[in-house]
Design a protein around this ligand. Sequence first.
Ligand code: B4P
Length: 183
Amino acid sequence: MKQRLLFLGPPGAGKGTQAQLLAAREGLLHLSTGDLLRAEVQAGSPLGQEAQAVMARGELVSDALVLAIVRGRLEQHQGGWLLDGFPRNLPQAEALDALLAELDQRIEQVLLMELDAAVLIQRLLSRGRADDTEDVIRHRLVVYQEQTAPLIQHYEAQGLLTRIEASGSIETIAERLAAVVVD
Ligand code: B4P
């Protein structure tokens, strides 16, 4: 099984849900920038205070802030990892490539979770997190199309991309993923 994975896809595609399951099953570090940012907000740290308003608007937190979080985690960790929700734009992807070269590591596979916008919106509305109001969700989808979707081509050009149909039950999608991450 591949040991260095990246999950890509629109908000609500189930990246967090599937990343958590796969990382637990395979003993990989699950690094979710969304979860780490929410933990900072919860703790009321200066970083969390900076991130809170940006997240509530459905925009992207600054690259420098997110990169500092990821660098700290990857530098300390030995072994496999699964990045969930990072990178989210080309500058983040390029910074990740540079960081991994420094650490003498490389991404082995990028899993793109694809799902219709109507289903995404329904899933997020029923999750009901603070940033899951309809207006904010629609804005996050626009931000995804403008800033994150270009990464599909970035990783396709590197021969790393695998597309996953992200509709169906959590178990069905987990089985689809398990079938494609084998060496
Ligand atoms: P994230 O925390 O990454 O959240 P997400 O994209 O909204 O959700 P995800 O795709 O992981 O969906 P989930 O599994 O939870 O980002 C939140 C915010 O943080 C961003 O808007 C941004 O402000 C900031 N941020 C994060 N990373 C950043 C970065 N790198 N740079 C800058 N800013 C960053 O699933 C969604 C719902 O669907 C859940 O309720 C789940 O239970 C349900 N679900 C999952 N699978 C299902 C299935 N198969 N069937 C039915 N429901 C399902």
